[in-house]
Design a protein around this ligand. Structure first.
Ligand code: FES
Length: 107
């Protein structure tokens, strides 16, 4: 089985239609969604906004997104090889850029 996953990442701002970013990302056995997002960004293949701070201990709560419609923390969501994932902001009704949700005190 391939060690890739397919991600379709919401890109856009509140009130605007999404122009999704579709990408294949190679992942390891215990890779999280956050690992894949960072890998995609660092590869230079795409630019998109997302947020995180603690990376692994699930304390900052900044990486909260929807994965296939279900709320999840990107840093603890384990990916399955061959999986397909639709990644959306946790709340499209609040001001956001891509997966980044604007919060008081973060601007
Ligand atoms: S990166 Fe901090 S909770 Fe996920």
């Amino acid at each position: 089985m391939s060690n890739e996953v397919r991600l379709s990442i919401y890109r856009g701002t509140q009130g605007a239609p999404s122009t999704p970013l579709d990408a294949k990302v190679e992942v390891g056995s215990w890779s999280t969604l956050l690992d894949a997002l960072i890998s995609l960004r660092d590869s230079g293949a795409a630019n998109f906004a997302f947020d995180y701070a603690c990376e692994t201990n699930n304390s900052c709560k900044l990486c909260y997104v929807r994965v296939n419609g279900i709320p999840a923390y990107a840093c603890t969501f384990l990916l399955e090889h061959g999986g397909r994932y639709q990644i959306d902001p946790i709340d499209r009704e609040r001001p956001h850029q891509d997966l980044f949700l604007h919060r008081k005190g973060v601007w």
